[in-house]
Design a protein around this ligand. Structure first.
Ligand code: ADP
Ligand code: MG
Length: 356
């Protein structure tokens, strides 16, 4: 296992990139701790696969360096980097048996047959394909093939890191949960450095201790699930994480006051005096509805079990509030924001507020 440093990585698929928009990765400067379990989360097209392929060596970055335990590997081939990678689309040998597919990465490295057998059988159990070991991979279902592909990534124990690129997309939800738990267990047992790519927040938040959120070729936040929820660094993180996502409204800031249309909201702290035109972010869980506060109109109420999502209109902006199912909504509803949930953004990035 290794610590992996990405130093000022930029990548463009164009031969002559002219400006930032030509870069699939604009600037990634980040390290993965030895033995860390990370989720790399972001929407389709934000650069996740590009970043993973740069780590494994399938792609040479246009700019920047990659270090494994301090050693520059930027110019090393994939096979010399000792990385296991599980691809989004299963890479397996159709004409080989399930067993031989898993044995392949080990035999390829001259591992003794006795050890190959032990590792392969162990892995087959893990991916729940022990009964299929003698079957040819051809003719297996898509999710079985994906499991083989996953198994091929897990069968070696001498790797610097294991990279998973959306490895469970075609697997049914229950099996997904089972496999994800096994990956977590493996991580605890062997301390692999793991990077798990997904566009699904639930997957990311349940797999990793640290979630790295990407947006348009940049890492916009690295944090625990709680950090991402409570203090989104970028409005994108606010929208993307949480269901429904964070409410974001335009405000004018003056000292402790934020002007939202005709309403004045007192901020939990003052922003720097340079911050004027800004945005207020508040998660639906921190929006309160009662008899006092800012007058509002309820537009829709959705029942989601023990809670309800109340959609409302405030100064012409659509807002969501999450309330307990039993919460009463007064005839003349008003909203207030719990100060603990108020974040201020300038140009989409979070602004630190001074303590009062
Ligand atoms: P993700 O894995 O997050 O969906 P990718 O890393 O695959 O994103 O893609 C990032 C951006 O780079 C996208 O705009 C995509 O269209 C572009 N891209 C990816 N692969 C190639 C390629 N081989 N050639 C040109 N552009 C590519
Ligand atoms: Mg991808």
């Amino acid at each position: 296992m290794a610590r992996i440093d990405l130093e000022h990585i930029r990548h463009s698929y164009l031969r002559r990139p002219m400006s930032d928009v030509d870069y699939a990765l604009k600037e990634v400067h980040h390290h993965w701790e030895d033995g860390g379990a990370y989720a790399l989360l972001g929407p389709s097209g934000c650069g996740k696969t590009t970043l993973l392929n740069i780590i494994s060596g399938l792609l040479h970055p246009s700019e920047g360096r990659i270090l494994f335990d301090g050693k520059d590997v930027t110019d090393l081939e994939t096979r010399d980097r000792n990385i296991a990678q599980v691809f989004q689309f299963p890479v397996i040998y159709d004409t080989m048996t399930v067993y031989d597919n898993l044995a392949f990465p080990l035999r390829n490295r001259g591992v003794a047959e006795e050890r190959v057998d032990r590792k392969v059988r162990e892995t087959l159990e893990m991916i729940d394909l022990a009964d299929w070991s003698d079957r040819k991979a051809r003719g297996l279902t898509a999710d079985q093939k994906q499991k083989i592909s996953l198994g091929r990534g897990l069968v070696r124990s001498d790797v610097n890191a294991i990279l998973f690129d959306e490895p469970l997309t075609v697997i049914d939800p229950h099996m997904k949960w089972v496999l994800r738990s096994q990956l977590k267990q493996l991580h605890r047992r062997f301390g692999y450095t793991m990077v798990y790519v997904t566009h699904d927040q639930t997957e990311a938040l349940t797999f990793a201790d640290t979630v790295v959120v990407m947006y348009e070729g940049e890492i916009v936040q690295i944090g625990t699930p709680a950090d991402l929820f409570e203090r989104p660094r970028h409005t994108f993180v606010g929208y993307f994480i949480g269901s429904p996502g964070m409410n974001v409204m335009p405000i004018e800031v003056e000292g402790l006051n934020a002007q939202l249309g005709k309403q004045t909201i007192v901020l939990p702290g003052a922003a720097a005096s340079t911050v004027r035109t800004a945005e207020l972010g508040i998660r639906p869980e921190f929006v309160r509805i009662g008899e006092t506060g800012m007058p509002t109109k309820i537009t829709k109420v959705e029942d989601i079990g023990r809670q309800k999502i109340v959609h409302l209109s405030l100064e012409g902006h659509d807002l969501a509030a999450v309330l307990p199912e039993s919460a009463e909504i007064p005839a003349e509803p008003h909203v207030t924001f719990d100060p603990a949930g108020i974040n201020v953004y300038a140009e989409s990035w979070r602004v630190e507020l001074e303590d009062r």
